[in-house]
Design a protein around this ligand. Structure first.
Ligand SMILES: [Zn+2]
Length: 114
């Protein structure tokens, strides 16, 4: 096996057990009667294998108060909007920096996105 791709070193990839190359999920199925997901994977060389995904500790699920999930989603959407807004402002700031030559950090600070 050659060097591992950076994504695999970070633990985000399931590599082929036969050739070690990166794989893609080609099919995801529930396993009948079990809280398990089966994923059929295929590597660039065409080798196929299955992986199974299940909860680690079903008895340790944390009880969340009603509305918790909805509140969490609202919070994440708000964070996404803030990030998008900041990205847009930074893009405008970069254009202004290019046009005026004003130091970028200074423009960022003026836009409140330092
Ligand atoms: Zn393979």
């Amino acid at each position: 096996m050659g060097r591992l791709a950076p994504a695999y070193r970070e633990g985000r990839r399931m590599i082929c057990p036969r050739c070690g190359s990166d794989t893609r999920v080609i099919e995801t199925r529930e396993v009948e009667g079990k809280p398990v997901i089966r994923r059929r994977r295929r590597c660039a060389e065409g080798h196929r294998f299955d992986t199974y995904e299940s909860r680690e500790k079903p008895t340790h699920l944390v009880e969340r108060p009603p509305g918790y999930q909805a509140a969490l989603m609202r919070k994440r959407r708000a964070q996404d909007r803030e990030r998008d807004q900041r990205d847009r402002l930074r893009e405008i700031a970069r254009q202004e920096h290019k046009q005026t030559g004003e130091p970028l950090e200074q423009v960022y600070a003026r836009f409140g996105v330092a």
